[in-house]
Design a protein around this ligand. Structure first.
Ligand SMILES: [Fe+2]
Ligand SMILES: [Fe+2]
Length: 256
């Protein structure tokens, strides 16, 4: 795209989890650990957004009205996704809703591993934007998973899930360009820090931070590499090479 395309902040998409699931006839399956593990992981990582939201406020990291609005929309969307995954675990697996909510509340959250990200609005927004792109593409890989249930409403659910994550990604890029344009040449180093945590420390454990939830079969190195290159290209500061982490800074006017 060219510079003539104007970026704008996209408002929250209008849809409700109940729209899909109130009419869906989903057959219960009882003995599928793989389905249970997959849905539970998606559920708790969505749920973790509210803890990241609190950590951001506790650390007073919001500097612009744009980011303030973004976070409010974002945390409400992630709450909507949480609600959807709870519904799925109840209806597909026969889980008890209250038990799930209790289990979610009992999880621990440790943000110390991402202290270098949780230090200012620019670094945080870069990390969240990248995370949203990865999540968007990882959910797109889930089409086969949802097809197995042969329920039309689940396709609609997945489409909305993917579209919400795409909006989160695009709005993060919008704010980076609008409010942090003087720091865009630092985006690559932020991503390298993020991925360094995952790739270099093989002992890395997800600690309920929402960011860095890159585990599970969908999160391949290829997926992360594609997202890394896409993010740098869309932010528009780099010529992107095919080799992961090997991009060279350039001056550019490219926009989304
Ligand atoms: Fe989400
Ligand atoms: Fe999201």
């Amino acid at each position: 795209m060219t510079n003539s395309v104007k970026l704008r902040y996209l408002p929250r998409r209008s849809w409700d989890v109940c729209d899909f699931f109130s009419t869906a006839r989903i057959e219960r399956i009882n003995d599928s650990n793989s389905v249970k593990n997959k849905l539970w992981k998606d559920l708790y990582t969505e749920y973790d957004a509210r803890h990241l939201y609190r950590a951001i406020h506790n650390r007073c990291l919001i500097r612009t009205s744009e980011f303030k609005r973004y976070l409010k929309d974002w945390v409400n969307d992630e709450a909507r996704h949480t609600e959807g995954f709870i519904f799925l675990m109840v209806s597909i697996l026969g889980e008890n809703k209250q038990n799930l909510e209790d289990k979610l509340e009992q999880r621990k959250h440790d943000f110390s591993q991402i202290d270098s990200i949780l230090c200012n609005e620019f670094r945080l927004l870069t990390a969240i934007g990248f995370d949203e792109l990865v999540t968007c593409r990882a959910y797109a890989e889930d089409r086969g998973f949802y097809h197995q249930f042969d329920v039309q409403e689940l396709n609609g659910w997945l489409r909305h899930l993917i579209a919400d994550e795409a909006v989160h990604f695009q709005n993060a890029v919008y704010i980076l360009k609008r409010c942090h344009s003087h720091r865009l040449n630092e985006v690559k180093s932020v991503l390298d820090d993020l991925l360094g945590v995952r790739n270099i420390k093989s002992e890395y454990q997800y600690t309920g931070t929402f960011i860095m939830d890159y585990f599970g079969d969908e999160y391949t190195s290829e997926l992360l590499e594609k997202c890394y290159n896409t993010f740098l290209r869309v932010v528009g500061c780099y010529e992107v090479n095919s080799q992961f982490g090997n991009s060279e800074p350039r001056k550019s006017n490219r926009v989304l």
